[in-house]
Design a protein around this ligand. Structure first.
Ligand code: C2E
Ligand code: CA
Ligand code: CA
Ligand code: CA
Length: 282
C-alpha cells in the first residue's frame, strides 16, 4: 500500500497539496461520504445580497460547507479544489442544486416570491454536455420560476472553451435562468466577450472592494466597472463589502447591490429566513 501511495505521488506533479496528509485524508473521507451518499455532512449556507438603494434583501448566494465528524468544518477553499481534481464535484454540485431549488420553492411558498438565489458553477459542471438540460429539468421538477435561479460563472471557467460555454449559457438563458459573472476583474477578463455573453449580473471581485475608499486605483477601476456595467445594461453587485466606508463609496458611485460581512455573513437557511421575516435592511 505504501508503494502504491509513493508511486502515485511520484506520478503527480510535485505540489504541496498532494503530499499533505490532511488533503489525502480529506480525499478519502470525501469519497466515502459521496459513495455512501452521506449528504447530511454537507450544508448550504446563504449570504444575503442587498439592494443598495432600497436597502432590501433581493437574493442570496448559496455557499457550500462540509461538516465532517472528524475533520470538523471544511471550508470551500479547501473542499472545492479537491472535489474538482477528483471529479467528486459533480455529485456534490447536483446535490447543491437540488437542495437550493427546494429551498427557493420553500421561501417562495412563504411569500418571498421575488427572492433570487445564486449557485456557484464549477468548470467541470459547465463542461457537461447535458448541463443546461439538467438545470431545466430541475426547475421544472420543482415548479420554479426560472428567473429565481442565478448561476454564477467565473471568466476562468468560461474562457477555456468559450464557444461551448456560450452555447450552454444561451440555452440556460433562453429558458429564463439568470447568469452572473463571478469574481469579475480577478480572472482573465476578455471584455470583448462581455457583450456576446447572455449575462444579467456582474459581481465585482472582493479584491477591488477591500479598502476602496483609501485606494485610488481600486476606486478608479471600480467606478469604471460600474459605469461599464450600466452602459451594457447589466446589474452590478459588489462582493466582500465589510465596512461602512466601502458601502458609502459604492452607494455614491451607484453600484446596484452589495454582499458582504457588513450586512451579513453566510447563514444557515433557518437563520437566513429569520432575517427575511424580520425584514432586515441595510
Ligand atoms: P465566491 O463564489 O467568490 O464566494 C464568496 C466568498 O466570499 C465566500 O467564501 C464568502 O463567505 C466570502 N465572503 C462573503 N462576504 C465576505 C466579506 O465581507 N469578507 C470576506 N473576507 N469574505 C467574504 P466561501 O463560502 O469560503 O467560498 C469560497 C469559494 O468557494 C467561493 O467563492 C466559490 O468559488 C467556492 N464555492 C462555495 N460554494 C460552492 C459551491 O456550492 N459550488 C462551487 N462550485 N463552488 C463553491
Ligand atoms: Ca460566487
Ligand atoms: Ca465571488
Ligand atoms: Ca472567488
Amino acid at each position: 500500500a505504501k508503494k502504491a501511495t509513493l508511486a502515485k505521488q511520484v506520478s503527480t506533479k510535485f505540489d504541496a497539496q498532494t503530499f499533505s496528509p490532511k488533503v489525502q485524508m480529506m480525499e478519502m473521507y470525501l469519497r466515502r461520504a459521496i459513495e455512501r451518499e452521506e449528504f447530511e455532512q454537507f450544508l448550504v449556507y446563504y449570504q444575503p445580497i442587498v439592494d443598495i438603494h432600497s436597502g432590501q434583501i433581493i437574493g442570496a448566494e448559496s455557499l457550500l460547507r462540509w461538516q465532517h465528524p472528524e475533520l470538523g468544518m471544511v471550508t470551500p477553499t479547501e473542499l472545492i479544489p479537491l472535489a474538482e481534481s477528483t471529479g467528486l464535484i459533480l455529485p456534490i454540485s447536483d446535490w447543491v442544486l437540488n437542495k437550493v431549488c427546494k429551498q427557493i420553492k420553500n421561501w417562495h411558498n412563504q411569500g418571498f416570491t421575488d427572492l433570487r438565489v445564486a449557485v456557484n458553477v464549477s468548470g467541470n459542471q459547465l463542461k457537461q454536455p447535458n448541463f443546461s438540460q439538467k438545470i431545466i429539468h430541475l426547475l421544472l421538477a420543482n415548479n420554479l420560476v426560472p428567473d429565481s435561479l442565478v448561476l454564477e460563472l467565473t471568466e476562468n471557467i468560461i474562457m477555456p472553451d468559450i464557444n461551448q460555454a456560450i452555447s450552454t449559457m444561451n440555452e440556460i438563458h433562453s429558458f429564463g435562468v439568470k447568469i452572473a459573472i463571478d469574481d469579475f476583474g480577478a480572472g482573465y477578463s476578455s471584455l470583448i466577450y462581455l457583450k456576446q455573453l447572455p449575462i444579467h449580473t456582474l459581481k465585482i471581485d472582493r479584491y477591488f472592494i477591500q479598502c476602496i475608499a483609501n485606494d485610488s486605483q481600486k476606486a478608479v477601476i471600480t467606478t469604471a466597472l460600474i459605469q461599464m456595467a450600466h452602459n451594457l445594461n447589466l446589474h452590478i453587485v459588489a462582493e466582500g463589502v465589510e465596512t461602512e466606508q466601502e458601502l458609502a463609496f459604492l452607494r455614491q458611485h451607484k453600484c446596484d447591490a452589495i454582499q458582504g460581512f457588513f450586512f451579513s455573513h453566510p447563514l444557515p437557511a433557518r437563520e437566513f429566513e429569520k432575517i427575511l421575516f424580520a425584514n432586515k435592511r441595510l
